[in-house]
Structure formats: structure tokens, C-alpha cells
Design a protein around this ligand. Structure first.
Ligand code: CA
Length: 250
């Protein structure tokens, strides 16, 4: 297929991540992988340094080993949750013990992985956590970098979108579609995702999308594409899978 991992990278919102892991090999590996995925990464080898980082910097997400020197991962998680309730935390546990995981999840972890884990799975899970965390933030506003054209800016609270200084005129359905694509920029959004979003966020006068003609989605995609002309962004049709918002920059 023509869409490689690089296709959407420039669009995928980068995150500032904290990795707290005392295993140097794993820590360096995680750091390198997540940096390569486009994130900025700070690494710590013990709980105390991790705590200092959390006190002094703002992070979008944390990968936290539970078995850590000085301050344990679980202790740090308890501490963190009292201060940064919404910060996404993915815990790593060495033992495949149910008790360990349950404790971590009870302490406020959003997800966990048992070592040894697959790096691709870690990235997928972390990506899901960050996207979920961003949804409320998306209630604020979000800007998509555009290398060639006018910058797309969306504000979900108003709701309103702009291309450069120009407000986009969007129907409720177009807005829901654009929001979904922007939130998942660089990733494929399936037809089912779009229909589900329409069902929940933009029910039309008929009250449902069940009767929507099969080509209706293409019509909306086409309209949205035209409205995004000159933005440096394109809605790509990924045959058989769905649609992806991507940069048209080379
Ligand atoms: Ca450890």
C-alpha cells in the first residue's frame, strides 16, 4: 500500500513524554523509538528523578515502570494522581501478576503493558491514551501545522474552524467529519467511525444516519476536500479502509 508510516507523521500531533524506567536498555530503546515516532522524550532512571521532572515540566503522557528505585512506580503514581489527575499514564510491569496490574490500575494508571512487550503495541496503546486525553483538550482548540498552505485551526467549543484567518462554513455533518479527521490526523478513520460519529454528534432531521445512501459519505468527503483546498491538507481515500487527513507537502 502507498501509505507508509511516514505519510502522516508530520501531521500527527507530537507529545512531550516522560519515561521512567530503571532498565537502561529498555529506557534507551523506548526513548529512541518514541523520538523516532515524532515525540519529544525525557527519560529518568528512578522514581525520585521522575517526580522532580513532573514537578518542573509539563508532559502529555508518562510511561512508568512499577519496579523503580528510590520511589516506586506505584508510589509515584499515587502522588501524581493527586496533582495531575488527567495526565495519561501507561505502566510497565515486569511480572505478569494480576495483583500488580490491578494495583496499578487502581492507583490511576490508564493502561498497562507486561514486560516483555512489543514496541509497536506500546506505541499503539500510548497513541490511544494520548488521543483520548486530547479529546477534552480538543474542546479547546487545535491547530494543524501546514507546510504549504494556510493553517487549519479548529475550536470544538464554538464550534468553528478557520483556514488562515478565514472561517470555514461547515454543516453539522461536515463539522463532525472534520473534527474526527483532525483528531486522528495521520491515521485512518474508517467509514464506520464516521457514521458512528454522525449518529452521536450530528443526527440529521431524519434522526438517524441508517438510511444514508452509501455514497453520501463520499459526497461529504468531496465537499470537505474542496473547503480544504489551499490548506496543504488533503483527505486521502484509503481504499477499503477509510479516510485519512494528511499533509500534501512532499
Ligand atoms: Ca524496573
Amino acid at each position: 500500500m502507498g501509505w507508509g508510516p511516514g505519510a502522516g507523521v508530520c501531521l500527527r500531533a507530537m507529545a512531550h513524554l516522560l519515561i521512567i524506567e530503571d532498565d537502561a536498555l529498555l529506557r534507551d530503546g523506548l526513548g529512541a523509538q518514541l523520538t523516532q515516532a515524532g515525540h519529544t522524550v525525557v527519560t529518568c532512571a528512578n522514581g525520585e528523578d521522575g517526580q522532580t521532572q513532573l514537578q518542573t515540566s509539563r508532559f502529555d503522557g508518562v510511561v512508568l515502570d512499577l519496579g523503580l528505585p528510590r520511589i516506586s512506580g506505584l508510589e509515584l503514581l499515587h502522588w501524581l494522581r493527586q496533582r495531575l489527575a488527567a495526565l495519561p499514564v501507561l505502566i510497565l510491569t515486569a511480572r505478569d501478576s494480576t495483583e500488580d496490574r490491578v494495583q496499578g490500575l487502581n492507583a490511576g494508571a490508564d493502561d498497562y503493558l507486561t514486560k516483555p512487550f512489543d514496541m509497536a503495541e506500546l506505541q499503539a496503546r500510548l497513541g490511544a491514551l494520548l488521543r483520548r486525553a486530547r479529546l477534552p483538550a480538543f474542546g479547546g482548540s487545535l491547530e494543524l501545522p501546514s507546510q504549504t498552505g494556510r493553517r487549519l485551526r479548529v475550536d470544538a467549543q464554538l464550534p468553528q474552524a478557520w483556514l488562515g484567518d478565514e472561517a470555514l462554513e461547515l454543516t453539522q455533518r461536515e463539522w463532525a467529519l472534520l473534527s474526527l479527521l483532525v483528531t486522528n490526523a495521520g491515521r485512518v478513520v474508517s467509514r464506520e467511525d464516521v457514521l458512528e460519529t454522525w449518529r452521536t454528534s450530528a443526527p440529521d432531521s431524519a434522526g438517524a444516519t441508517g438510511g444514508l445512501a452509501s455514497n453520501a459519505l463520499e459526497v461529504y468527503i468531496h465537499r470537505l476536500r474542496r473547503k480544504l483546498e489551499d490548506s496543504g491538507l488533503n483527505i486521502r481515500n484509503i481504499r477499503g479502509l477509510g479516510y485519512m487527513l494528511e499533509s500534501t507537502a512532499p
